[in-house]
Design a protein around this ligand. Structure first.
Ligand code: ATP
Ligand code: MG
Length: 328
């Protein structure tokens, strides 16, 4: 069972990333043979970026992942741009990608609507690069949050089309989306997903926020005019907090509703704030110890890139040969 997932580099990784993705990475690292996790700095070029910050952000995210429990000795952790294979395969796969499929992508529609200057072709091509990331490793499973469901569907379609035309070379991967916590909502706008690049500052709990900030953000979460700690229509804010609490406590949403039956929103939010602080504080503390040693982080990434290249370069050779690229 090969597992692959990518995460964009930023120091602003949030509770949604932690619950929907990072937590799954950590749980999957021993199940994967291997489990491969990639800091996707090339994906970060699809919206405006600052070059110096981007380079730093790769270290931030690497340190966050290790602090959360990824062990580079038990998984492959690397930086996307260290390999040329991902960009090269992107082009080959573009020849098998339906323009109409990319046109339907919700992420493109949402992110392009938010761009004030350039809506880049890179943003449109994001799912093809993502397909290359996964297909280069012939991964069987892709742990992601709910928002990436559509992109995994497109990469499956690309892999099927490739195999039909050129023979069974690629693996058609399956998504792995957690049952609870796959879509954590912005605390201030609970109808939108919590996001690294969109979203509202006060509604986005960062993995690296100090406990006081976490508490303030959770306690100021937008709720509704009712008073019942129960999921339901028009109760997106409370439903979101119930979801977060269930994950933080390692229990079910039903259980949380039972526990807080009769409690007011104020008490409930206070309890959620404490649970989120308990969830994130150890990660933040370990991060503080890891982040300063950039040489060590760089060494970890370089080691991961070597292992990743060994797998991806083999796939690329097969793909090129099957497609008629280069000498026989
Ligand atoms: P952006 O909003 O700019 O795309 P992001 O917050 O989605 O950034 P990514 O690095 O693109 O961050 O996503 C990393 C992983 O986190 C993906 O698997 C994605 O599905 C998951 N994820 C992102 N946001 C959420 C969320 N609100 N709830 C659960 N999982 C999420
Ligand atoms: Mg995203």
């Amino acid at each position: 069972m090969r597992i692959f997932s990518g995460i964009q580099p930023t120091g602003r990784k949030h509770l949604g990333n932690y619950i929907g993705a990072i937590r799954q990475y950590v749980e999957s690292q021993d199940r994967g043979d291997p489990a491969i996790y990639c800091i996707v700095d090339l994906h970060a070029l699809t919206v405006p970026w600052d070059p110096a910050t981007l380079r730093e952000s790769v270290y931030d995210t690497t340190a966050i992942l290790i602090a959360a429990g990824l062990d580079p000795g038990r998984c492959i952790l690397f930086r996307q741009s260290d390999l040329r294979e991902h960009t090269e395969l992107t082009w080959y796969l573009s020849a098998l990608t339906a323009h109409g499929d990319l046109n339907r992508m919700t992420q493109f529609k949402e992110k392009s609507a938010k761009q004030r200057e350039l809506v880049s072709a890179g943003l449109f091509f994001y799912p093809v690069l993502m397909a290359a990331d996964v297909l280069a490793y012939k991964a069987h499973e892709v742990p992601v949050g709910d928002d990436q469901r559509q992109h995994v569907e497109v990469m499956r379609e690309i892999a099927r089309r490739f195999n039909e035309r050129f023979g069974e070379i690629l693996v058609v991967p399956e998504h792995r989306i957690p049952e609870v916590g796959a879509r954590i909502m912005d605390l201030q706008e609970p109808t939108n997903k919590m996001s690294t690049t969109g979203g509202i500052e006060a509604g986005t709990v960062l993995v690296l926020d100090d406990p006081k900030t976490v508490t303030k953000k959770v306690k100021s979460a937008v709720t509704d005019s009712g008073s019942e700690v129960k999921r339901g229509d028009g109760k997106e804010g409370i439903s979101n907090l119930i979801q977060i609490m269930a994950v933080a406590r390692g229990t079910s949403e039903d259980e949380i509703e039972r526990e807080f039956e009769g409690s007011g929103y104020g008490d409930f939010k206070g309890a959620v704030a404490d649970a989120v602080v308990d969830l994130l504080a150890p990660v933040r503390e370990r991060y503080e110890g890891l982040r300063p040693d950039e040489a060590a982080l760089e060494e970890t990434l370089a080691g991961g890139a070597g292992k990743a290249r060994a797998i991806a370069s083999e796939t690329l050779a097969e793909v090129r040969s099957a497609m008629g690229i280069g000498p026989a």
